[in-house]
Design a protein around this ligand. Structure first.
Ligand SMILES: [Zn+2]
Length: 282
């Protein structure tokens, strides 16, 4: 059975036009059985699909592929992994180690761009001592996502720690309205559903583009079955609608994508296949 990401620090160098880029691993998440995580189709349908995609029957080991792209000499990190909390098992929380493999120290990161505020994307903003993990970085997040987490009436399993993490980094945070350029070369694309204001990013340099999907889909099998959703989607109907729109556009335009939870390193393209799409890794 193939694992989505081998153990240990992992770095995958590539480029986006003139910009040097890396996929860095935070290590795999240990989630429950595929039929529990993706539970809105009959169990036999989901287990057959998961088996075809090489997932084991009793757990869903998802990769965590964070992007670093160096724009105008400034390393920009997209999402931060689980950090020291290890909310999804002991194999995650390795992003700093992986950055070190690439010769990058936390101080080198000039900006952090978040797709959404969930444990496996935002909790790595804080280090083991409870201080900002990337002290010299500005932190960019959709204002609507930040406001949702900050709202006093919001409750939920992880919300208390979300608030603590964002409070620790509050002096670094630069909220933005989705739809325009976050910084030169990085455009925010609204992809709501998995979270209230989930944001994908179009990263462009020298005529090349990579679409940072974040959690528009958690696994390539959700490209094949666009009627399947993830149990932790904030709005499962909206998540599926967003995913279909993203897939159609990516397949039509031949967009290179990075899937945060796709099997390592998560880069590739989508093509139309039957009623759905197939992910073709690079
Ligand atoms: Zn995630």
């Amino acid at each position: 059975m193939s694992e989505p990401v081998p153990p240990g620090p992992r770095v995958h160098p590539f480029s986006i036009g003139k910009a040097p880029a890396l996929v860095v691993s935070d290590g795999p998440l240990g989630l429950g059985a595929p039929v529990e995580e993706f539970d809105d189709l009959p169990a036999e349908t989901v287990s057959a699909l998961a088996r075809r995609y090489g997932l084991p029957p009793d757990r869903t080991p998802l990769a965590q592929n964070a992007l670093v792209v160096v724009l105008d000499g400034r390393p920009v990190l997209f999402d931060t992994g689980t950090g020291p909390e290890l909310a999804f098992g002991p194999d995650s929380g390795r992003l700093i180690e992986s950055l070190g493999e690439a010769g990058l120290r936390p101080d080198d990161i000039a900006a952090v761009v978040l797709t959404h505020i969930h444990p496996d994307h935002a909790w790595g903003l804080v280090d083991t001592d409870g201080r900002p993990a990337f002290p010299k970085a500005t932190v960019h997040i959709a204002a609507e996502e930040l406001a949702y987490v900050a709202a006093a009436s919001t409750t939920g399993k992880y919300v208390g720690h979300h608030r603590a993490v964002m409070a620790t980094c509050s002096h670094q945070v630069r909220p933005f309205d989705i739809g325009g350029e976050v910084m030169p070369g990085i455009t925010a694309i609204p992809t709501p559903g998995h979270s209230i204001a989930h944001t994908s990013y179009r990263v462009s340099s020298g005529g090349e583009t990579v679409l940072v999907l974040g959690d528009v889909m958690h696994h390539p099998m959700l490209a094949e079955r666009t009627d399947l959703t993830y149990r932790y989607d904030y709005d499962r109907v909206r998540s599926a609608t967003t995913r279909r729109a993203v897939l159609a556009r990516c397949a039509d335009e031949g967009t290179r994508v990075l899937g945060y939870h796709f099997p390592w390193p998560g880069l590739g393209h989508f093509a139309v296949a039957g009623d759905g799409y197939i992910f073709q890794p690079d």
